[in-house]
Design a protein around this ligand. Structure first.
Ligand SMILES: Nc1ncnc2c1ncn2[C@@H]1O[C@H](COP(=O)(O)OP(=O)(O)OP(=O)(O)O)[C@@H](O)[C@H]1O
Length: 674
């Protein structure tokens, strides 16, 4: 324009150049609108595909995966990480393409105007990328640190929301507040570090651009003074270089975004690379719809490579029979049930239904045939109706029938919205017993041939437990039922009871056979007999024969034991409640009538460690009847429980009236110490 139109004042050339400028400008506007739509659409499609693939991949994962990754770890990948990839795919990547194209075309034009100056500029422009490159490692590390902290904070929020009842009842707000405060502080400091590194990476190219401008003006001036370049060419070069330089620094500007997104992408990829440990074979078989014979042949299984929780377990469950797995806590009963459901595969041996190894069956056919009901019931945040029906295809009448069988229909009908009642907090608004009965109704609606029950009556009151036991009795002819329980009275009628101990089956037979031949079974049975509990589960008594079996009361005459039995008062406690706390002064003795308790010891670092689990018939704190000694551990209810307790003062009054009790106790203690 300067050399061909302005200096020679050539109107014709001026008109041509102006038309070209306006025409290309218009083309530029049209192309950018079209390009933005096309790239936006492409970016959106990529993200859509990635989200669906990640979701589907998560659903394919087996149980160990969900024990490795916590909710926050996965939610962050879907939210923050996916967001960062999305920003790059939708905005930064099109921007990168546009700017890279500008640089490329600009360089071609610059070469055509003055190649020597362009070469000089090109050599200088390496400055623009050296700085960011040097900072890249630090930026990546800061980014990873920030994302991991985000993940931990999300996990804390998840735990706080899910455990809000326990946190309140144990008054742990300060502990969570402290954890959250620490993580928020880390988010602040790591975020600041990340921001500073990123802004340094963004500033460095601008500084380099400033230096480049200086070089260009200096070298350009030199060329003009030596008649090696016209003023017009210099002005064209200068204008074009400003635009190319700006595009170049824009490219450097988006590097932090690219780093952020590449780390997010790596984190998503880490999940996508995780192969499920239990997966379908390439051409799975369909299990015929009939009551199958179930077998476990020499099964050994461990949750980790280092230890085995089941060892050489072999068992056979006849079609249509009612079988129970019983044993001490931690003996492997639930693990065996999970292997029957194929939530895990054995390390050695096999689980089969009829003659099919269940590893060869399609997951759909296995799940159609067998349903597992566990004690941790999960309800979806939708209506009770949806929670019951899910994809079972059952009718309204069938749903009501199943709810009646599970003894929950009357409760639902008494709610203002009945079956349309909305479930909140994954069922947290319902009682444990209600949740459990809903999950039983849900399982019945799916009409499985095999019903696997894992401690399903542990959260129920005695009346409901009796109803569920009757239901199981009614169902036993039409289904194969396998029930894991620690409450022996509820499986007395089972066709076969397998007794687990330390990961092995040590005995099997009917209740009567086991009473005769199995010491372990007899001792478990003896521990649980002799208690009487009202149907609402609020009032309990203990027989003196049962008290006589406690080592502590050995040798005390029956009439005195009767007096001790009368001192017992019933205590009920909710899940998560501490019955005794480590360090507190002990003044009561307890016997567990129903329920499970964990014994917890404080660790030197301020944490907690579970050292044992107590259940129906176990007792603790007997020393408190005699002396005021501090409790050496905390006893916390794992589920709703009922206990009988004897207060020290009442016991002392009894001992004052009957000094023989003290004599007997001292003799017993001497014998035990001796
Ligand atoms: N997901 C898991 N990862 C690692 N170890 C586990 C896991 N689940 C259970 N265990 C361990 O495996 C052993 C057997 O547990 P399992 O739940 O099968 O016992 P159980 O007989 O059903 O006991 P309980 O009556 O107390 O539930 C226990 O030592 C337990 O701590």
């Amino acid at each position: 324009m300067v050399d061909e139109a302005f200096i020679p004042k050539n109107l014709h050339h001026f008109a041509i150049i102006l038309t070209i400028l306006l025409g290309t400008g218009f083309l530029n506007i049209c192309a950018s609108i079209g390009g933005e739509y096309a790239l936006g659409n492409l970016g959106g499609q990529i993200i859509k595909k990635l989200r669906i693939e990640l979701f589907t991949h998560l659903q394919r994962q087996s149980l160990p995966f969900y024990q490795t990754y916590r909710v926050g770890d996965l939610v962050t990948r879907f939210s923050a990480d996916m967001g960062s990839v999305e920003r790059v795919v939708r905005i930064a990547f099109p921007f990168f393409l546009k700017e890279a194209l500008s640089v490329l075309l600009g360089l071609i034009l610059l070469f055509s105007i003055e190649w020597k100056l362009t070469l000089a500029m090109l050599a200088g422009s390496t400055l623009m990328f050296i700085g960011p490159r040097l900072l890249q490692g630090r930026a990546e590390a800061a980014n990873i640190l920030y994302k991991e902290t985000q993940e931990r904070f999300t996990n804390t929020i998840d735990e706080m929301v899910k455990g809000h009842k326990t946190i309140k009842s144990l008054h742990l707000q300060a502990r969570f507040q402290e954890r959250a405060r620490k993580q928020v502080h880390e988010l602040f400091s790591f975020g600041l570090k990340l921001q500073l590194t990123n802004s340094m990476m963004e500033r460095l190219p601008l500084i380099s651009l400033l230096i480049l401008n200086g070089i260009m003006i200096g070298f350009g001036g030199y060329l003009i003074f030596h008649d090696m370049m016209t003023i017009g060419d210099f002005m064209a070069f200068f204008t074009l270089f400003l635009s190319v330089g700006q595009s170049g620094s824009n490219l450097a500007y988006i590097i932090p975004n690219l780093i952020d997104s590449s780390i997010s992408f790596r984190r998503i990829q880490e999940i996508m690379d995780h192969q499920p440990s239990v997966s379908e074979v390439p051409h799975p078989l369909e299990l015929p719809s009939s009551l199958p014979l179930i077998r476990m042949d020499d099964v050994t299984f461990g949750y980790s490579e280092e230890s085995d929780q089941l060892r050489h377990v072999s068992l056979q469950i006849a079609a249509g029979s009612y079988v129970a797995f019983i044993g001490t806590s931690g003996s492997g009963k639930s693990t065996a049930l999970q292997l029957l459901s194929r939530f895990y595969d054995p390390k050695q041996g096999s689980v089969s239904m009829d003659d099919y190894d269940i590893r060869t069956l399609s997951e759909a056919s296995l799940r159609r045939q067998s349903t597992l009901v566990t004690q941790d019931t999960f309800l979806f945040n939708t209506t009770i109706r949806d929670n019951l029906l899910l994809d079972s295809g059952a009718s309204e009448d069938e749903m009501i029938e199943a709810a009646k069988q599970a003894n929950i229909h009357d409760v639902i009908a008494s709610w203002p919205d009945g079956y349309d009642t909305q479930v909140h907090h994954e069922g947290g608004s319902l009682s444990g017993g209600e949740r459990q009965r809903l999950s039983i109704a849900r399982a019945l609606l799916r009409k499985p041939n095999i019903l696997l029950l894992d401690e399903v009556t542990s959260a129920l009151d005695p009346a409901t437990e009796a109803d569920i036991n009757q239901l199981v009795d009614r169902l036993r002819s039409e289904k194969t039922i396998v029930s894991v329980t620690h409450r022996l009275s509820s499986v007395k009628n089972a066709d076969c009871i397998y007794v687990f101990h330390d990961g092995r089956i040590v005995d099997s037979g009917t209740h009567h056979e086991l009473l005769h031949k199995s010491n372990l079974y007899r001792s478990l049975w003896d521990k649980q007999f002799g208690f009487n509990l009202s149907l609402d589960g609020l009032y309990a008594t203990v027989d003196m024969d049962r008290l006589a079996k406690l080592p502590f009361f050995e040798g005390i005459a029956p009439p005195l034991l009767k007096n001790i039995a009368m001192l017992c008062t019933t205590e009920t406690c909710k899940e998560g409640e501490n019955v005794v706390s480590e360090g507190d002064e002990g003044n009561k003795f307890y016997i567990i009538v129903r329920g499970k308790f964990e014994i917890i010891k404080r660790t030197p670092d301020g944490g907690e460690r579970r050292v044992a689990v107590l259940q129906d018939g176990d007792h603790f704190g007997e020393i408190a009847l005699l002396h005021n000694v501090p409790r050496n551990a905390t006893v916390r209810a794992i589920g709703p429980s009922v206990l009988l307790s004897v207060r020290q003062e009442a016991f002392h009054r009894l001992m004052a009236e009957h000094p023989q009790i003290l004599q007997s106790l001292e003799q017993t203690l001497q014998k035990r110490i001796g």
